[in-house]
Design a protein around this ligand. Sequence first.
Ligand code: ASP
Length: 323
Amino acid sequence: MEPIDRRGFLFAAGAATATLASAPASAQTHNAGAIFLSTWDFGVEANRRAGEIYAGGGSLLDAVEKGINLVEDDPNVTSVGYGGLPNSEGEVELDAGIMDGATHRAGSVCNLHKIKNPISVARLVMEKTRHTTMAGDGALRFAIEMGFTPQQLLTPKSLEEWLRWRNASKHETFWIDARNHDTIGMLGVDGRGGVVAGCSTSGLACKIPGRVADSPLVGCGYYADAAGAAAATGNGDVMANYCTSVFIVRRIAQGAHPQEACDDLMRLMARSAPNLRDDMYCVIAIDRHGEIGAASMNSKQPLQYALWRNEGGTLHTAPALLG
Ligand code: ASP
């Protein structure tokens, strides 16, 4: 496990007592290559792939892109890329974003159909255009022009899930309710000034077509600058309203440890809207030295995060604000 101490603190002027991780007692020097930090258990393999790409001479951007591609290509991950659960009309609609902290450039795509690797399209938006965000049909046409081949992204499993939802006599919808989701967020630093953040998701299963939440919005689902990087996963309709990733990275730039910065964000959200305490809100963060942080709102919906350091990978559970 990461050397994270736990401490109690008083939440919202004594309204509740909660536990979060504090910063490791002393900052370590990490000089054994790049460090990658990713959301969820699928982040373990994604980090390993990123580590391989980097060790093989790839750039940090290559590593993060290819690491995320691995999850996008996996039909068994039903919240990202190929096999992602579709929107309410049965169409897989993907969002992704990537940011190079060293140049402060970002690229993202929203509501991208038929292309299984939106993170790669997002990177091309960043590198080949003067735009930052492209959406819908225009994003698809751009991807085709860049050489991507449109394909069916529904797998037998995701189609079956969607049909079960659609045929249920009384199903939840996003006019009122929420359903399955998760995002691969990946952060990388190389100890030489390189800082990259990326994320990719199919968003909420059975979402209303056209919905855009935090993931592809720079500063919300992902953000990187010279100080560090952050990414978010969870209920992105709400998290976007807190500009979570830029909030965290700005706190790091002001001198906060990444763990403290993640904790601050969770506290801010819970204080501003007590009804948020029961839903899933999670973040990860890294500073340019490789110090990390991660947090979830509550322990009933814990965040697992994967860390790649010293060429080895580990899986952890993030500390929760509320028990
Ligand atoms: N934040 C993503 C979204 O709302 C989903 C997730 O990460 O769980 O689209």
